[in-house]
Design a protein around this ligand. Sequence first.
Ligand SMILES: *[C@@H]1O[C@H](CO)[C@@H](O)[C@H](O)[C@H]1NC(C)=O
Length: 284
Amino acid sequence: MANKLLVPLVAVAAVFAHFVFRPRLQFGDQRRAVYNHVPGTCRAVEGVVHGSEDIVRTRDGLAFISTGVRPAPVLTPDPWYLQGVGKILLFDLKNPGDAVRELKIEPEGKSEGLEPHGLSLYENQESGEIRLFVVNHHKDGDRIEIFRYIRQSAILRLIRSVQHPLLYNVNDVVAMGTDSFYATNDMYSVRPWLKRLERFLSPCWSNVVYYNGSDAFAAADGFAFANGINAPPSGNLVYVCDTGRQAVQVFQRLVDNRLQMEREIHLATSVDNVDVCPDTGAPV
Ligand SMILES: *[C@@H]1O[C@H](CO)[C@@H](O)[C@H](O)[C@H]1NC(C)=O
């Protein structure tokens, strides 16, 4: 008798748990509050067919777009996204009538296995060199690809590929120099089912890593889900979006490159990428 009752009870509990916890399991509580911001007239740009995770812009209006990242295993896989091919696209904001174009990657074989996520630009004021830092979820492990953008031929030439045991669940990157950067690890667990558990329990094991050109260390930790990261041109502050806490955290960059929390800006929504206002350096 007890067994007969148990079956429907478990079924009801499972359905209940599914509805209560699924949104939280998928992405924090992002479905709860939706604010409608309309920055101006919007127009669909042709040529981005498998979504985009990040977009960065040079001072003179070239926008680099990452596309083709596969959904995290904790999310319900959408067959359409699984067909995506990793690419870096370019859109010229000064010629908005043009479509996006795919940037060629050199050396050629390096575009294979590219699954680009977060992006960051480093523009050298003196030499005019543009470097694009790309979070790459390569099948053999996460890495940061550092490219030089060759304007004349619209080519991204790989300068170096940074792999490090501390770069394991990289979401976004912010370049601090020609070879140095901060990067977010959005979770600690690497296995899909452990990720599910981590997202559910939210033990705050996500961190920010600093790479100085030769070695890396954790510069800040205790994040619920460190997502987008950016820094104003002054270089003394770092902004980190914690999706789990629904806040942008502002850090002071210390002399040894560790990050000290200064304040937290609560936004009541699941923040992802953060940009910087070029005039004021404020997070936007
Ligand atoms: C990078 O960090 C390592 C380890 O802390 C240190 O030995 C090395 O000198 C640093 N390199 C630079 C360029 O600061």
